[in-house]
Design a protein around this ligand. Structure first.
Ligand SMILES: [Zn+2]
Length: 396
């Protein structure tokens, strides 16, 4: 009884601290008066938290605000997003993408490192080496931690990769393997789900509560953001856009079904159909393949035009199901295939209009991601920052 009574004011202060921090961060530039008014908090409470943030450089004061009214002008405060930094990485079978971000998950420094072999040992070694390298430049005491995006189905709570056909890994306690080597807070999640978080924090999804993120490359992925939350489903498997059947009785898919979207519009599938027209074997790599497709499209090569018309129609068909079911405001398309988004979008939009209920499609926006190839890394960093902010009890 005594204990809970004594802890009451501390809990209230912890909650207020997070509220004040979040509001100042969201507004980026504000004043103590504005924070107190918006949060309907006592001025002394706000002052004491702002003083705490100032003392630890989470905010910077920048002179009085210019106002029309007479009287004392409020001092402007700026959120200092570079006070702390986070690491976001995306693991693929051939390369690890890295980014270092500030507290808004804005990339400060990004790079990609080839992965020698797609084994857990090589991946852990490469990640450990990359972290060691970064800690030579950035101070560990201001590092929030590292977020990791991995393709496949996983248990984000235990950090176990249940199944990744892309990496060919099953039941790997990846977070445990990493934490045996790296002493930083870490968060593991599916790379496409993290990419949608990246869009929400630093991309086209900012300020959009309901949107869908789609990735078109060697595979087809999708993550659904509804009411500002990633829709996960019962076993974290929501968003399997690539396995919507768009060609009944079509080619056999890795999932065991026939005619899934992925079997006809993934880059390997596109290149397989165009193989007789492609002269070079180097077109197997996604970016090389896209360079060739884009060049052929520019010249009006009819097999490429014909195939892309079909690709656009099938994507539009699959997205119309998504639109009818979920009514997103925005669909963000990402991945190497979007190199030809200028050609594909009108075809996709036509299908969307033809196949979706008008109330769901009238205000729908279709857009190409501006974060390629970093959406997932940025989201991975955002994930670890979000986890840190949820338990923020002191500014140090
Ligand atoms: Zn399938």
């Amino acid at each position: 009884m005594t204990k809970s009574r004594g802890r009451g004011p501390t809990i209230a202060k912890d909650i207020n601290r997070r509220l004040v921090y979040q509001l100042i961060k969201q507004k980026r530039i504000t004043s103590r008066v504005e924070v107190a008014n918006e949060l309907k908090l006592n001025k002394n409470t706000v002052n004491s938290i702002v003083d705490e943030m100032l003392a630890h450089d989470f905010i910077i004061e920048r002179g009085p605000q210019e106002t029309q009214t007479a009287g004392r002008k409020p001092i402007i405060i700026h959120f200092n997003a570079s006070k702390k930094w986070a690491i976001g990485i995306q693991l693929t079978s051939t390369v690890i993408h890295w980014t270092v971000t500030d507290l808004h998950a804005k990339p400060i420094h990004s790079f990609s490192v080839p992965l020698q072999a797609c084994t857990t040992e090589h991946a852990v070694l490469a990640i450990e080496a990359g972290v060691r390298e970064l800690l030579r430049t950035y101070p560990i005491d201001s590092c929030i931690g590292m977020g990791i995006g991995v393709p496949g189905l996983m248990n984000a709570e235990t950090g176990t990769i249940i199944r990744s056909s892309h990496l060919n890994w099953n039941n790997i306690p990846f977070l445990k393997l990493l934490s045996d080597k790296i002493c930083l807070p870490m968060q593991l999640d599916n790379s496409v789900k993290l990419a949608s978080l990246g869009e929400a924090w630093h991309g086209l999804g900012q300020g959009v509560s309901n949107f869908v993120y789609c990735y078109f490359g060697n595979g087809v992925g999708c993550s659904i953001m509804m009411n500002n939350m990633i829709l996960r489903g019962d076993v974290n498997a929501a968003g399997e856009l690539g396995h919507i059947v768009t060609e009944p009785g079509g080619e056999l898919c890795g999932c065991g079904n026939r005619g899934c979207l992925e079997t006809s519009i993934s880059l390997p599938a596109i290149m397989k159909r165009l193989k007789p027209y492609s002269v070079s074997a180097t077109h197997q790599a996604p970016l090389d393949a896209m360079e060739w497709i884009a060049a052929e499209l520019k010249q009006g090569s009819s097999p490429v035009v014909e195939k892309l018309d079909q690709v656009g129609e099938q994507i539009g068909q699959a997205l119309s199901y998504v639109t009818n079911l979920l009514n997103p405001k925005l669909i963000i398309c990402d991945g190497p295939l979007m190199e030809v988004s200028d050609y594909l979008f009108p075809i996709i939009e036509k299908q969307l209009k033809a196949r979706s209920v008008s109330s769901t499609v009238d205000k729908l926006q279709l857009a190409r991601s501006e974060l390629f190839p970093l959406a997932s890394c940025i989201g991975a960093a955002a994930n670890v920052i979000q986890a840190w902010e949820e338990v923020l009890i002191a500014f140090d």
